[in-house]
Design a protein around this ligand. Structure first.
Ligand code: SIN
Length: 282
């Protein structure tokens, strides 16, 4: 296996490896996992593997989860189908920086995404290194956000276009989660900036330290959250990947965000994702 870093801060391409083989080979899997911890997102080309191998490889990291809104493959319920084609809803959009499913109490540890079909040009995906984003924050911001928590909502995102009764039912099934704004990566120990597109507000900002009269510092909280969410957009933290059929990306969802670039309509783009269950951020 060869490892070629793609930028100075995030992402590496692996060559000379088959994920179908890695699904069955403990040492090879271990080598890939340690590269993932180092580079945060790994890319491979020409993985013409069976869906069962895709699932088996992802399962080596841990149990897999489905998605309450996106549908799963009929024969492989562990694969979420992110299809933009004649079967997808007409108003589907993808282009938002996010860390997957932070509306769960235990958001996914990572994901393995394989391209089934893609446009000849366009439809890239970008990832950002949120440990680097945290490390680069000015000291006074680090001091302000130490100990802050934020609410993460499926209702305000996937639920937003639903009729009210369905949106409320979704929220009843998946109540908003609360996570630290700065989490510690459970394997590398890195501190990570952990707010993205699903974060709606801080839950413990409005204290007597931050508010003197009425609401006077409350806009500061909203602006601070917006500033923090915007950090993923800094190019120095990013890698951008151009897809081909059978390209695969494996990412660590605990320390990255990603953004699927929606610049290719009306072309078809079909991706299949195995999401790996994670643990509660601390
Ligand atoms: C995702 O947001 O998990 C999928 C990204 C993509 O379709 O490129």
């Amino acid at each position: 296996m060869k490892v070629q870093p793609l930028t100075c801060n995030i992402g590496a391409e692996l060559t000379g490896v088959s994920l179908a083989e890695a699904a069955r080979n403990e040492d090879l899997f271990g080598a890939i996992k340690s590269e993932l911890l180092k580079h945060k997102v790994l890319f491979l080309r020409d993985q013409d593997i069976a869906r069962a191998d895709h699932v088996a490889f992802a399962r080596r990291f841990g149990d897999l989860e489905d998605h309450p809104v996106a549908s799963s493959h009929p024969d492989h319920p562990d694969l979420v189908c992110i299809y933009k084609d004649e079967t997808s809803p007409p108003d589907r959009y993808e282009n938002s920086w996010h860390c997957d499913a932070t509306w769960r109490d235990a958001p996914p540890m990572g994901a393995v995404l394989r391209c089934v079909a893609c446009p000849p040009i366009g439809g890239d995906t970008m990832w950002a290194n949120m440990a680097k984003a945290y490390a680069d924050l000015p000291d006074h911001i680090k001091a302000t956000i130490a100990g802050l928590k934020a609410r993460h909502s499926i209702e305000a995102t996937f639920g937003a276009k639903m009729p009210e009764d369905k949106r409320h039912a979704l929220k009843a099934q998946y109540p908003d989660a609360e996570h630290p704004v700065v989490r510690t990566h459970p394997e590398t120990g890195e501190k990570v900036l952990f707010v993205s597109g699903f974060a709606t507000h801080f839950t413990n900002f409005h204290t007597s330290d931050n508010v003197r009269y009425g609401q006077d510092f409350a806009p500061g909280g909203a602006n601070l959250l917006s500033y923090l969410i915007g950090r993923a957009a800094i190019p120095e933290y990013q890698v951008r990947w151009r897809w081909q059929p059978n390209s695969v990306a494996i990412w660590d969802n605990r320390c990255t965000q990603h953004y699927a670039v929606m610049d290719y309509e009306p072309c078809v783009r079909q991706m299949e994702r195995a999401g790996i269950i994670g643990d509660k951020p601390f």
